[in-house]
Each structure stands twice: as C-alpha cells, then as structure tokens.
Design a protein around this ligand. Structure first.
Ligand code: NI
Length: 256
C-alpha cells in the first residue's frame, strides 16, 4: 500500500527517534512526503535520501505564498530533477482564512502548475474554499501531459464528476471515516476505484478510531478498509488498485 500524501517533518513529530519510528511502522510500504514551503523542502530532500521507501513531492503551499519568489521557484525547479522527487506539491488555493491574497495565490499556483507541465510531473493540489478558481484554472491547464491529483478532496460529488472530465485523481484520507464525512462517502461510492488514491495527510486528519491523535502513514490501512466497506468490495482489491494507480501516476520506480 502507498500513503500518497503525508508530511514527514521533524517539526510535526518532535524528535528524530519518533519520526524514524513513524517511518519504520510502515514496514516496506511506500510513503510520499510533501513539502509546503522552502524550509521544509530542504528537509524533504534530505529524508527521501535517507529512506528508500520514502519519495517526495516539493512545492509551495498557498498558506506559504510569500515563499513564492522567482529565486525560490528556481531553487525548487532545480530539485525536480532529483530521482526521489516524484511531483510538484502541495500547491493550490486556500481562501479559508483569507481571500485578500487571492491574486497572489493564483499566480503562484499557475507558476507551479507550469513546472509540473514542463517536466510531465504529477501535481498534488490543495484546494480549500476555492472551488471555482481551482476548477477554472485546472480546466485551462489540464492537457493530459501531467497527472492532476486533488489531495484531501472535500468538494461535492457533482464537482468530482466535472473534475473527472479533466482526468483528475482524488486523494482520499481520514475524513471519509468521520461521522460528518457523508459527502466524501458519496464521492468514494460513485467515483471509479481506479481514480482514487490513499492518503493520510499525516500528522493531520487521523482516521477513526484514532481521531484527535497525531496521524501517521500506517493508519492508511483504515482508509483502505473504509473504501472497501463503502464500495462493498474486499480490501485487497482496494490496496491493489490504489497501489497500481499511485505507481503509474507518480511514475514510481518500484516492482509490484
Ligand atoms: Ni497536506
């Protein structure tokens, strides 16, 4: 199984020992850790070197939009050639706390999408309270030359169907196990299994029954079990299909 989206960062897990333990708890399973700014991009580059089962995506999150200088984007671009870096992310739009920097966010989002396009790398997108802009930009940019993954998908089923027309893939995480996760359950039920990816977004969004605790990648099995339950199929099928999809979309150099 593959946790396609987590944040394996020291600031999240407090100590080197704990972070090491969290990674080893996944045994031989793959994790794709995501940066959110320039500082933790360096940490991400470091950790993917140290652990064979950890791959990385690098990008600047909308909440860190001020990191998106030309100079920083050049640095980011230079690291996209690293063999363990498999995508651009997480990037996107977030109007939850403020919409004041909307134009700035859009500019940075588009610039990073261009990088994904230039190198045919998947982009991992964070979109919160920004449905219309996200959809319009992706509709403009999607040309089939780079995979598009909406991480922690939180919009409606109707919109998911519209995103499907753009060949988008959906990262499904802990929210699907929550009591108030009904909207996401309907998405999982209707969207074909081969367009779903498993993710934990560790250390955030722990699935039930661990809600409220610090999340870690090995909890990704709980997401797989929930998808199996919703789709009324066995968990092995969920693990096999989502793993194949992740290997293909992130072009991972592993045997399966
Ligand atoms: Ni994340």
């Amino acid at each position: 199984m593959i946790d396609t989206h987590c944040h394996l960062l020291l600031e999240e897990y407090s100590t080197e020992e704990r972070l090491n333990e969290v990674i080893l708890n996944m045994k031989n399973n793959i994790m794709i850790t995501s940066s959110t700014n320039i500082k933790n991009m360096v940490e991400t580059l470091n950790i993917v070197q140290r652990y064979s089962q950890v791959y990385g995506v690098i990008g600047i999150h909308p909440e860190d939009v001020d990191d998106g200088t030309e100079k920083n984007l050049k640095i980011l671009e230079s690291h996209l050639h690293d063999p363990k870096i498999v995508g651009v992310g997480e990037i996107g739009l977030d109007y939850h706390y403020t919409k004041e920097n909307r134009v700035k966010q859009i500019k940075l989002f588009k610039k990073q999408l261009q990088l994904a396009k230039k190198y045919h790398l998947p982009c991992v997108i964070h979109s919160r309270d920004a449905l219309e802009d996200t959809y319009n930009i992706l509709k403009e940019e999607a040309d089939g030359s780079f995979p598009i993954i909406l991480h922690c998908y939180g919009y409606s089923l109707d919109m998911a169907k519209k995103f499907m027309e753009l060949d988008v893939y959906f990262g499904i995480g802990g929210v699907v196990t929550f009591k108030n996760g009904k909207k996401l359950v309907s998405v999982v039920k209707e969207i074909p299994l081969n367009h779903l990816l498993l993710e934990t977004d560790s250390p955030y969004l722990s699935p039930e029954p661990y809600r409220g605790q610090k999340n870690e990648p090995c909890n990704v099995i709980k997401i797989a079990e929930k998808i199996a339950e919703i789709k009324e199929i066995d968990v092995e099928t969920v693990l096999k299909t989502t793993t194949e999809t992740a290997i293909r979309q992130f072009d991972l150099n592993i045997e399966f």
